[in-house]
Design a protein around this ligand. Sequence first.
Ligand SMILES: [Zn+2]
Length: 300
Amino acid sequence: MPELPEVEITARLLDGALAGARIESARAPGINALKTFDPPLLALQGQRIATVRRRGKHLIVQTAEGLALLIHLMSAGRLQLYDKPAGPRDRTSRLLVGVRAQRHDAGAPSTGGSSAGPGKELELRLREFGSKQAAWVKLLRAGELDRDDSLASLGPEAWPDPPPLAQLLDAPRPLHALLRDQRVIAGIGRSWVDEILWQARLSPYKRGADLDEGEAERLRDAVIETLGGAIAHYEHAIRLPIPDKLPMPLRVHRHQGESCPRCAATLQAVHFEDYVIAYCPACQTEGRVLKDRRLSRLLR
Ligand SMILES: [Zn+2]
């Protein structure tokens, strides 16, 4: 489930490998991942990748010539870089971009110019695992990025320097829903929200408007620490091509039934149709164990 830390490490690794690379081909098998038609994917051919970066949970692959691939991995996508093209039996790929990387001569002093000779052929693949096909791609002119709905509607970045949270979360909605709302704050999803609220010792259903100054500061610190800690972990744990299964350093989410790493109480969970909230009753809800039905109504 890629959220801010997973998308950030993907952008960093791809940016390092692809900056300066020349795009030789681009296609979207099955077409439904591509949500735009003008400019066509073919327009990428011959362009050079300038940067790969992140905004919220989106990846942006921008070319020096002014086109940008805006990619959302949704819940089961990965943007991976391989040195062999996908085989004919590959059914997971939703976007395939063939590139020729700039040649890096290890140890050779940089001349600052374009290196002579052909670079390595690589394939950037958007792959999606699971039954739902939800990941999507838009090809935009770089100047259109700011106006694109999916980016324009995003709140401020959750990391590295989110604004004070007292004002940002001042709404009669539970923290668990507010923190995952990309229009409020961008980058946090169902996995990291549990870790953040546990870190801040706050109940998932405490209302944003009920946060006092101290709690809001504690929560902001927890957001920065938790997301920053995950990125630091990935810097050591993840290498290209980007693994299918990301080694998420979660301590609370998906750990219901185990001991709280802080106080050893048993972590509890509330199950929803498509996600689970995990929390420590001793650290976060004054010992109360939340009932599934009651909470599901509160979190609407
Ligand atoms: Zn605890």
